[in-house]
Design a protein around this ligand. Structure first.
Ligand SMILES: [Zn+2]
Length: 244
């Protein structure tokens, strides 16, 4: 395998057999909810790639895989346990407004996940539909408030963020930087981290409910990556065309 510091980051949301019980429940979100059996199949596909899941921040010359989860739904307790069976740790991004609400992790759960070695980052405070549309003040509130809430729970610096719905502008990144974040996860399917506005940026691949084991296995070997990128770009272009 080529050694050029690529990072395959998977983005998951909820892992549960009853999709009504965890996280945000919308028609759109349900296509990203995986049953326990489906997620186990994905994990075994990742394991088959023989790429070791490592600390995303660890300095090494190997390709790495990182498994992230957005929103902070209660099913994180299940996915974390499943990852632990493989000796892996997940990166959980929390929309802090929902902490302790029905279907979401409590402060104690978040603290416990961190103690078990999982990583915790911010997914904004209120999970706005698009950070692109927010004013500077609103963005500041979202990211500063969320960081503070997580740091109060964890008693440590929180420096990673994932952007809700992947929608951001240069202003979003400026606010993330000034709020003290240094690593930002997007929804663009790429494997080479890049620098933007003084932040280290990461792309992510988000398997859907019906994404096959074969595809996960291929992506875990860093195959088909460019195709996914082109597909996303094409979808974005078509969306813009229909909008405007
Ligand atoms: Zn989200």
């Amino acid at each position: 395998m080529p050694s050029n510091n690529r990072l395959m980051t998977f983005l998951y949301h909820e892992v549960c057999d009853n999709p009504e019980e965890s996280g945000f429940v919308t028609k759109n979100s349900l296509q990203y909810t995986h049953t326990i059996a489906e997620f186990e199949e994905h994990l075994s596909a990742i394991a088959a790639s023989e790429t070791v899941v490592k600390d995303f921040n660890e300095k090494c010359d190997l390709d790495k895989i990182s498994i992230t989860f957005d929103d902070g739904g209660i099913s994180a307790l299940c996915s974390a346990e499943m990852l632990e069976k493989y000796g892996w740790r997940g990166h959980y991004f929390i929309a802090t407004k929902y902490i302790g609400q029905k279907g979401f992790l409590s402060s104690a759960d978040i603290s416990d996940l961190r103690k078990r070695g999982h990583y915790i980052g911010s997914h904004s405070h209120s999970h706005p539909k698009s950070c692109r549309d927010l004013s500077f003040e609103a963005l500041k509130y979202e990211w500063e408030n969320s960081k503070k809430i997580l740091e109060d729970i964890l008693s440590e610096d929180v420096f990673t963020a994932s952007i809700p719905n992947g929608q951001y502008s240069g202003r979003t990144l400026n606010v993330l930087k000034s709020s003290g974040y240094s690593h930002v996860f997007t929804s663009m399917p790429t494997v080479k981290p890049w620098n933007e506005k003084g932040l280290v940026m990461y792309g992510r691949f988000y398997p859907k409910r019906n994404t096959s084991r074969v595809k996960i296995e291929k992506l875990s070997r860093f195959e088909g990556v460019y195709f996914e990128y082109l597909l996303r770009k094409l979808k974005q272009t078509l969306k813009l065309k229909f909008k405007g």
